[in-house]
Design a protein around this ligand. Sequence first.
Ligand SMILES: O=P(O)(O)OC[C@@H](O)[C@@H](O)c1c[nH]c2ccccc12
Length: 258
Amino acid sequence: MGKHKLENTLNQIKATGKPLFIPYMMAGDGGIDQINERINFLAECGASAIELGIPFSDPVADGPVIQDAGLRALQNGTTLKLVLDEVRKQKESRSIPIILMTYINPIWNYGYEQFAKDCDAAGVDGIIIPDIPMEEEEDIAAQLSANGIAFIRLAAMTSPDERLKKIAGMSEGFLYAVSVSGTTGERAQHEENTLNYLEKLTKLSSVPVLAGFGISNPDQAKYLAAYCDGVIVGSKIVHLFAEEKQTEIRELIGETIK
Ligand SMILES: O=P(O)(O)OC[C@@H](O)[C@@H](O)c1c[nH]c2ccccc12
């Protein structure tokens, strides 16, 4: 058994032989009252866990689709506090792990210790912070660890092997293998060396490895998932929710994990 519930849940799904599928959704896009509704919908579609984005004014890793969704969410008055309140309401009835994706600035404003406690109280299983370098993560890592929350690390294709090894060894819950160079968003195809990179990370990592960035259809998802444990899909899901194309979301997830 792994140290975190998130890792154990993902490993149980992995043991069924199906690829893991983690959809990303922007909290507050479509309204704050849609947060729990969309989480339930994605769970019912067969998602393995949910990556829930906290909108932020300066989202350096986000491509245009997610940036726009973040703007809409901010205009709806979405804040980290409101999202945690919503997620907490559903804690007892929720059957799927929740991972928060937030830049470090909103966590800093909230206070590291309070943030970690409130995440735990809301039943948040893991955290992704894309803009904190490994060298500066000690304080937030300590608070997350004290509250049993998995700190998911991001691996980059441009990192040398030594660094990848270190990141893979540190990641909790799963390892996020960023599979393009650049920001989030749909891509027609992935570079050929992505496959070697995923294979390498899968060998290095003791937690599940999921590929994310640039994936928007079941063929791409299955192609990459054959070299790791599963995929994360963001922009495509965000885009389909914004157009209220829930049926297409169901097909995308269903086709990938079938
Ligand atoms: O949108 P894409 O290309 O499908 O990529 C997933 C991504 O959106 C999601 O995981 C995410 C959204 N914002 C991020 C910032 C950093 C890392 C990851 C993310």
